[in-house]
Write a protein that binds this ligand. Structure first.
Ligand SMILES: Cc1cc2nc3c(=O)[nH]c(=O)nc-3n(C[C@H](O)[C@H](O)[C@H](O)COP(=O)(O)O)c2cc1C
Length: 205
């Protein structure tokens, strides 16, 4: 079993990374493989709503988003981490998730996910809400913890001192491992995921 941890910060080794490493530590203790995916610092184009991905299954922009969706197909769970910018997740991560979920939604469906946020002071719960919405529109079980999923700090050393924040991260990893094992046991015993109905009305009929 493998979990992909996405770092949506521009700082590869910043505060978000500290939070993700703590989630990974708990997952690894439970025998779950982890891989960190840094979305990078290169400019990322926004979704241009061309809908070409509906025909090809891939975004027309061949960058880290398509690379990530390919990895997501074989992953069992996800953690998306972001710094808080003006009380929302990083614009970079939102662009990344818009395109990944629009072009590759099937790679995420029915797989557990968690959002984690890093902030100097405020805006974490609003940001948490934004990221969780990608999961709940995609039939993904949302993994919870023992407090809101955030750490505090402007620098990684400060996050290392946020003992409660790190405990929350650790507990996300433990809870995700438990859920992954339950899903695997279910599959072994013939319990498949549901097949969701889909009706699009666009409010016109
Ligand atoms: C453009 C920008 C906007 C920010 N806005 C907020 C904010 O609204 N609330 C907050 O608490 N911290 C804010 N911060 C601080 C970062 O969220 C915080 O330092 C975070 O831990 C950085 O994570 P990173 O090292 O992984 O990038 C902002 C930082 C930047 C660069």
């Amino acid at each position: 079993m493998k979990v992909l941890l996405v770092n949506g910060s521009s700082r590869k080794n910043g505060c978000t990374n500290v939070a993700l490493c703590e989630v990974a530590r708990a997952l690894n203790e439970e025998g779950i493989e982890t891989e960190q995916f840094f979305i990078g610092n290169e400019a990322l184009p926004d979704c241009i709503a061309c809908r070409k991905c509906r025909e090809t299954g891939q975004c027309v922009f061949h960058d880290s988003v398509n690379e990530f969706v390919e990895k997501a197909k074989s992953a069992d769970g996800f953690v998306f981490g972001s710094p808080v910018y003006f009380a929302h997740p990083s614009g970079r991560l939102l662009t990344f998730m818009d395109r990944a979920f629009y072009s590759g939604g099937a790679a995420f469906q029915f797989k557990p996910a968690a959002a984690v946020l890093s902030a100097r002071r405020a805006g974490t719960t609003a940001s948490f809400d934004v990221i969780n919405k990608y999961f709940t529109i995609c039939s993904m079980p949302v993994v919870s913890s023992t407090y809101w999923n955030h750490v505090y700090g402007a620098q990684p050393e400060e996050v290392a001192e946020d003992k409660e924040g790190l405990m929350t991260m650790y507990n996300i990893g433990k809870n995700m491992a438990w859920l992954l094992k339950c899903i695997a046991l279910g599959k072994e015993n013939g319990l498949a995921h549901p097949h969701n109905e889909k009706v699009l009305t666009n409010f016109t009929r």
